[in-house]
Design a protein around this ligand. Structure first.
Ligand SMILES: NC(=O)c1ccc[n+]([C@@H]2O[C@H](COP(=O)([O-])OP(=O)(O)OC[C@H]3O[C@@H](n4cnc5c(N)ncnc54)[C@H](O)[C@@H]3O)[C@@H](O)[C@H]2O)c1
Length: 364
């Protein structure tokens, strides 16, 4: 059983985001019927390979004459030039045609990296996203952003490249470590804050009843989250307008990640803390959002920001350097009220400094 969400894009053909369980046969059907290739490239995260390769092979071997698999070491370090060129070399050396599909099976790292390979080889071969982490299911597999990191910053090299389809198979989540569930949770909380506050209540109930042990129960939340991302990116494929709302909490988060040298805090932790900053700034500008909305989830996160508090004097300059800043002005996604976001160039530096003090206070 699975449900489909149509993703409209103005730049390439519409595609479907599919969510459900036992989807690997559906993936194979889709490739056979829609792409018609006898050969497939599977680019797989090493941890996912370890846990799931048998069922992946069973599904693909019964359908395709040639399955060529490349296993990627797990973690953000793999979003590198070295991995990118190594996969491109591999794909070209193994023989590829413009219609040979590349299936990215893993979390956001694999989706971004393999997506950029698919965008680059022969100026684009068919890409199928099979997200296996919660974050990838609700966020990174949707919207067509692909790319790798550079020593000067994250995601600085890449392309917008839409997949032919996305298949979020909840069975993969059976083996996802709890800290990765929590990492993905932040983006779902973000959707609740910017678009659909009811998700916050549903999440609380789901976690108290099931924890992170029963992925199938998560289907409605994953589906609603994906729908929100789909709606936003369909309205703004190339990130000129409303797509900015997806950066709620992220301007703070990027500073936290940077000061933590991209290893001390996960993206999800940084986003969770960053949302306190964005709520604090929103309230200082007249909103009255109850921080309890975030506090309900706080015990799931296990980190402190004491170490970055010593770098207070760098907060604003790093915010000005954010990829989303314009002319070095700090642009924040704020809320008028829950579910009602807006983007503001905030010139009142004291207000931003005070919002940072609130962030530090909550995580010390
Ligand atoms: N393209 C976009 O729009 C977009 C949006 C948000 C984030 N991102 C990117 O996504 C990346 C983060 O994604 P992520 O959090 O999925 O990280 P990730 O891909 O590193 O996966 C997190 C960890 O979970 C493991 N894992 C994944 N699925 C598993 C499974 N089913 N069972 C066991 N282990 C599993 C991985 O091996 C890894 O150790 C970052 O690079 C970020 O920049 C991209």
């Amino acid at each position: 059983m699975f449900n489909q969400i149509k993703v409209n894009t103005s730049t390439s053909a519409a595609y479907h985001y599919n969510v459900g369980t036992d989807l690997l046969d559906v993936v194979c059907d889709f490739i056979s019927d829609e792409i018609g290739s006898a050969k497939v490239f599977l680019i797989i995260d090493k941890n996912v390979h370890h846990h799931h390769i048998e069922k992946i092979n069973t599904a693909f071997e019964s359908r395709f004459e040639r399955i060529v698999t490349y296993v990627v070491p797990p973690g953000e370090k793999s979003k590198s030039f070295e991995q990118f060129s190594s996969i491109v070399e591999f794909v070209l050396n193994q023989g590829v045609e413009r219609t040979t599909p590349l299936v990215a099976i893993g979390g956001g790292v694999i989706g971004d990296l393999a997506g950029f390979v698919a965008a680059s080889v022969m100026r684009g071969i068919p890409l199928i996203q099979v997200p296996t982490s919660l974050l990838a299911m609700v966020d990174s597999s949707i919207g067509g952003k692909t790319g790798i990191n550079h020593s000067t910053g994250k995601n600085l090299i890449g392309a917008f490249y839409q997949p032919k389809a996305v298949f979020a198979d909840l069975n993969f989540l059976d083996t996802l470590p709890e800290k990765e569930w929590v990492n993905g949770l932040s983006e779902i909380i973000k959707y609740g804050m910017i678009e659909s506050p009811i998700i916050l209540k549903q999440l609380q109930r789901l976690i108290s009843e099931n924890g992170f042990t029963n992925p199938v129960q998560w289907q409605p939340i994953v589906e609603q989250s994906a729908q929100i991302k789909v709606d936003i990116v369909s309205r703004d494929v190339n990130e000129q307008g409303v797509r900015a709302y997806l950066n709620f909490g992220h301007t703070y988060a990027h500073v936290i990640e940077r000061l933590g040298e991209y290893s001390n805090y996960s993206h999800g932790e940084a986003v969770f803390a960053g949302m306190y900053g964005a709520v604090s700034a929103s309230n200082k500008l007249g909103a009255s959002i109850d921080l309890n909305e975030l506090d309900h989830f706080k015990s799931l996160y296990n980190f402190k920001l004491d170490a970055i508090a010593d770098h207070r004097d760098e907060f604003l300059s790093l915010m000005r350097k954010d990829k989303k800043a314009k002319n070095q002005q700090i642009r924040l996604v704020l809320l008028k009220k829950l579910g009602d976001p807006f983007v503001e160039e905030v010139g009142e530096l004291d207000l931003i400094k005070a919002s940072w003090e609130d962030v530090i206070h909550h995580f010390s």
